[in-house]
Design a protein around this ligand. Structure first.
Ligand code: BES
Ligand code: ZN
Ligand code: ZN
Length: 477
C-alpha cells in the first residue's frame, strides 16, 4: 500500500493543504503578516501553488481554476497532489491534511494524485528501508465526502499499485506460472474465484494460438479464469475482461532490437494486470456486478522449435492463421481467449493489451486507443469513465474493409496486416474470434513510461484499472 487516505473531521497539527478559490476564507490566525504579504505577491504573480514553510509544518495553498472544467481541473489536482507528496517526502514528512471546504471532487483527486505519486518499486534495493517514502497518511477534511468515497478511492489506488507491481516485475522473477500465482493471491485477498489452467489443460482445450507462441520458450504457458459473482449482481449476462499476459516479448524469431524495444518488454503483460487488478478492486469494493476475467500468459522467445514466420497455426476456433511475424504474438494468444469467452454469452467483452507499436505511434502515451463493436451507449459510458479518471479514450475506426489487409493465400488469414493501420488490423484480427459486443483497448502507449509522468509515475502506470473501476462503479449504480 502506498499511503492511506483517511477521512478526518478537522485537522490536527501538521502539514496542511488548502484547496480554495477564495483565500479570504482561510483562517485568520494561520498566517503571520509577512506570510500574508508573501501569499498576496505570489497570487499577483499568478502562482497556482503557494508553499509556506512555517518550520513546524508546511502549508500549501492550491488554487482551483474553475474555468478549466471538471476533467482538466481534476487532473490538475492529481498533479498538484503528486507534487505536494514529492515535496513532503523530500522533507521526510509522514502526514498531511487536505482542507477542502466543500470541494469534494478536487479533494479526492488531490488525495488520489498524492497516493498514486507516492508509489515506489524498490523491493529489489538493498537499502529499501532507507529509500522508502516517508508519507503514509493523507487526511482529507471536506464537508461532502463520505466514508464510502474514501474507501473506494483507497481500494482503487491499492489496485493500481498492485497492477504496477506486476508490470514492473521483470521476467527473471515473473514467469507465466508465477504471474498466475500472483492472480491467485489477488483472488484470495479480495474474494474472487481463480482457476489456473496448466499446459495439459491448455493443450486439451486446443488453444493453438497460445501453444504456438509458447513453443519457443522453456517455460509452460498458463491460462487463468477469474470470476466474481455476487448474489446481488445487477447484470444477468457477465462482463468479461480479457488481458494479454506476455510476460516477456523478445519478438520470437522475428527478434526485436534491444534499445527502446525489447528492453521494455517486461511490460507486455500489462493487459492481464488490468484484468486481475480490476477484478481485485471490484471484489474488494463488493460492487454488485458479475465479472469474469481471462488471461492467457506466456513469454515469447525464439528457442527450440519456436514458430517460424510462414508457419500455419490451427487456432482454438478451428481457423488457420498464416503466422508471418512472430512478434505479432499478442493477437495469437488473445484470439483463443476471445473465442473461449463466447461460452459465457457476455454482455460485453473488454480486452486490454499492449498490442501494437502503431497505437503508441498514433497517439503517444496520452490516451488509450480503443475500437470495437459495442453500441454507442456503451462506448459513451467507457469514454465518460476515461474522462473522469483522465485515461482518455481515442476511438479508432473498425471498418470491415480493413479485413482485406489480413487475407492470406494459403490460410484463413494472416496475423499481420502490413504497414498501414497496424493498430486497426490488429483489432480486426481479434474481432474474427468474437460473436458478442466487443471493445479492444490497445495500451501499448500509456502502460509504461520511460520517464516519470507525475502521479502516473515512472515505468508501469497501471493504466486501465481506474478506467474500468470507474466504468463498473457507474454500472453498479
Ligand atoms: N508487445 C508488442 C507491442 C508493444 C510495442 C508494446 C511497444 C509496448 C510498447 C507487440 O507484441 C508487437 O511486437 N507488435 C508488433 C506487431 C507487428 C509485428 C505487426 C509491432 O507493433 O511492431
Ligand atoms: Zn510482439
Ligand atoms: Zn507483445
Amino acid at each position: 500500500m502506498s499511503a492511506k487516505i483517511v477521512l478526518a473531521n478537522k485537522y490536527a497539527t501538521g502539514n496542511l493543504v488548502y484547496i480554495d478559490t477564495n483565500l479570504n476564507k482561510l483562517p485568520k490566525t494561520l498566517f503571520s503578516k509577512t506570510e500574508r504579504k508573501f501569499i498576496n505577491e505570489e497570487l499577483k504573480n499568478d502562482r497556482k501553488m503557494i508553499v509556506i514553510n512555517q518550520f513546524k509544518r508546511y502549508v500549501f495553498i492550491q488554487i482551483l481554476e474553475d474555468k478549466k472544467g471538471y476533467i482538466h481541473q481534476s487532473e490538475a489536482m492529481r498533479k498538484a497532489g503528486d507534487s505536494i507528496a514529492a515535496q513532503l517526502n523530500k522533507q521526510k514528512q509522514n502526514t498531511v491534511t487536505i482542507m477542502a471546504g466543500n470541494r469534494s471532487g478536487a479533494a479526492l483527486a488531490m488525495a488520489e494524485g498524492m497516493a498514486l505519486g507516492n508509489y515506489q518499486f524498490i523491493q529489489f534495493r538493498k537499502d529499501k528501508s532507507k529509500e522508502k517514502n516517508a508519507l503514509t497518511t493523507i487526511n482529507v477534511v471536506c464537508e461532502n465526502i463520505t466514508p464510502k468515497d474514501v474507501s473506494m478511492l483507497n481500494i482503487t489506488v491499492d489496485a493500481v499499485c498492485h497492477a504496477r507491481d506486476l508490470v514492473n516485475m521483470p521476467n527473471s522473477h515473473q514467469t507465466a506460472t508465477q504471474l498466475a500465482a500472483s492472480f491467485q493471491d489477488l483472488g484470495k485477498k479480495a474474494g474472487f474465484e481463480v482457476e489456473v489452467w496448466n499446459m495439459a489443460k491448455i493443450s486439451s482445450m486446443k488453444m493453438g494460438g497460445l501453444l504456438a507462441v509458447n513453443v519457443g520458450s522453456p517455460e509452460p504457458p498458463t491460462f487463468t479464469v477469474m470470476e466474481y459473482k455476487p448474489a446481488n449482481a445487477v447484470n444477468k449476462k457477465p462482463y468479461v475482461l480479457v488481458g494479454k499476459g506476455v510476460v516477456y516479448d523478445t519478438g520470437g524469431l522475428s527478434l526485436k532490437p534491444t534499445a527502446n524495444s525489447m528492453d521494455l518488454m517486461k511490460c507486455d503483460m500489462a493487459g492481464s494486470a488490468v484484468v486481475a487488478c480490476t477484478m481485485y478492486a471490484i471484489a474488494k469494493a463488493k460492487l454488485p456486478v458479475h465479472v469474469i476475467g481471462l488471461t492467457p500468459a506466456t513469454d515469447n522467445r525464439p528457442g527450440g522449435n519456436a514458430f517460424a514466420p510462414g508457419d500455419i497455426i490451427h487456432m482454438m476456433n478451428g481457423a488457420t492463421v498464416e503466422m508471418l511475424n512472430s512478434d505479432a504474438e499478442g493477437r495469437m494468444i488473445l484470439a483463443d481467449a476471445l473465442h473461449h469467452a463466447k461460452q459465457y454469452k457476455p454482455e460485453l467483452v473488454c480486452e486490454f493489451s499492449t498490442l501494437t507499436g502503431a497505437a503508441a505511434a498514433a497517439i503517444g502515451h496520452y490516451g488509450i486507443v480503443c475500437m470495437g463493436t459495442a453500441n454507442d451507449e456503451v462506448k459513451d459510458k467507457l469514454k465518460f469513465a476515461g474522462n473522469n479518471v483522465f485515461e482518455r479514450l481515442v476511438e479508432f475506426p473498425f471498418w470491415e474493409e480493413y479485413d482485406d489487409l489480413l487475407k492470406s493465400d494459403i490460410a484463413d488469414f494472416k496475423n499481420i496486416g502490413g504497414p498501414y493501420g497496424g493498430a486497426i488490423t490488429a483489432g480486426r484480427f481479434l474481432n474474427k474470434f468474437t460473436d458478442y459486443p466487443y471493445m479492444h483497448f490497445d495500451i501499448a502507449g500509456p502502460a509504461f513510461h520511460r520517464t516519470r509522468d507525475s502521479y502516473r509515475n515512472k515505468d508501469a502506470t497501471g493504466v486501465g484499472v481506474r478506467l474500468m473501476m470507474d466504468f463498473f462503479r457507474h454500472i453498479a449504480e
